[in-house]
Design a protein around this ligand. Structure first.
Ligand code: AHG
Ligand code: MN
Ligand code: MN
Length: 321
């Protein structure tokens, strides 16, 4: 059994320039994730379900566990490490955290709790993270292909952590009795083509006719190309993309005619998940450009997302050309 702690030490050998930093950042994310998993498992008993009175920068009602998960990750970076900036879905502005003297070369982006409307019905939830190195000018808004590491925790039947540091994708499963993650899948490869499409089809009336055609294509009957695909949608991006990563197919959260930028956030949803899926051989796209080459303009900007098996995403892109 390979523990995540051991694996992180091994991985840092692959990036000697930032060996200590890499371990430090990953260990803080992992301990935050373990804490969130623990609190979610008893949220129905601790008055932690339901919403706060707050709305976040995207105008969404903040759930109690959104606020709590955000606090857990902020606390994990507050005591003098090498992360200088924490950006989160649940904080309007990037937060400058206390960092060690002479260091502070990194920014970490979080979706602290993804799919948070699932909390009240005991359905899957996730956390997404993305690590960037600041450039010499202190800029932390960089394209996804420059991520140092990214990944997610998925709080489902078990708690798993999937991450990449730009090569290979590995999955770890939390053993709650020991409080440690152990390797449960290494060098994950996404199938080149799948059998599943994942989209909120209730939004169809808001899509362009090209988008309607994409989804119709995957529902059409054609034995040769293995259609129709099955539909799966949990309402938790992490859970839906994880299914696609393992089983193949595509996840779509497209733009709408009146909201072409869509709903999902580039820096803490689309880019980190695309980094994982692309290291596994898949593709992350807006439909017309690769997610990983977008130069971000703001920390909270939204992008349309089509992500999954390379061939399936490329087929979808053809409808948008
Ligand atoms: P979050 O809970 O972090 O705000 O993210 C919700 C996202 C994502 O998890 C999911 O894929 C999508 O929103 C679901 O949105 P719809 O309810 O519009 O389908
Ligand atoms: Mn989310
Ligand atoms: Mn969230």
């Amino acid at each position: 059994m390979v523990s995540l702690t051991h694996h992180i030490v091994e991985q840092r050998r692959l990036q000697p320039a930032s060996a200590e930093e890499f371990s430090d950042i990953m260990n803080r994310i992992v301990s935050g994730g373990k804490r969130i998993a623990q609190e979610l498992s008893e949220a129905g008993l601790t008055d932690s379900l339901g919403t706060t009175d707050e709305r976040n920068v995207h105008g969404e009602q903040v759930k109690r566990m959104d606020a709590r998960a955000n606090q857990i990750f902020v606390d994990a970076f507050q005591d003098g490490g090498i992360v200088q900036i924490v950006v989160s879905e649940e904080m309007d502005e990037p937060l400058a955290v206390a960092h060690a003297e002479g260091s502070g070369n990194y920014a970490v982006f979080f979706d602290p709790l993804d799919g948070s409307s699932n909390i009240d019905v005991n359905a899957p939830l996730g956390s997404i993270f993305s690590v960037h190195r600041l450039d010499p000018a202190g800029n932390f808004l960089k394209p996804g292909c420059e991520q140092v590491a990214s990944g997610y925790l998925l709080y489902g039947a078990s708690t798993i952590l999937v991450y990449t540091c730009g090569r290979d994708v590995h999955q770890f499963t939390l053993d709650p009795a020991v409080g440690e993650f152990f390797l449960s899948a290494s060098n994950i490869q996404i199938p080149a083509i799948g059998k599943i499409y994942s989209v909120n089809e209730g939004n169809e009336s808001k899509w362009s006719k090209h988008l309607v055609k994409i989804v119709d294509y995957f529902k059409d009957n054609d034995e040769e190309t293995g259609r129709p695909y099955s539909s799966r949608y949990t309402g938790c991006l992490v859970a839906d993309v994880h299914r696609i990563l393992l089983k193949g197919g595509l996840y779509l959260y497209p733009g709408e005619v009146k909201k072409p930028e869509g709903k999902l956030r580039l820096m803490y949803e689309a880019a980190p998940l695309s980094f994982v899926v692309e290291q596994a051989g898949g593709l992350g796209s807006t439909g017309v450009e690769r997610i990983s080459t977008i130069h971000p303009k703001t920390p909270h900007q939204c992008v349309p997302l089509i992500i999954g098996s390379r061939r399936d995403v490329e087929v979808a892109e053809q409808f948008l050309r």
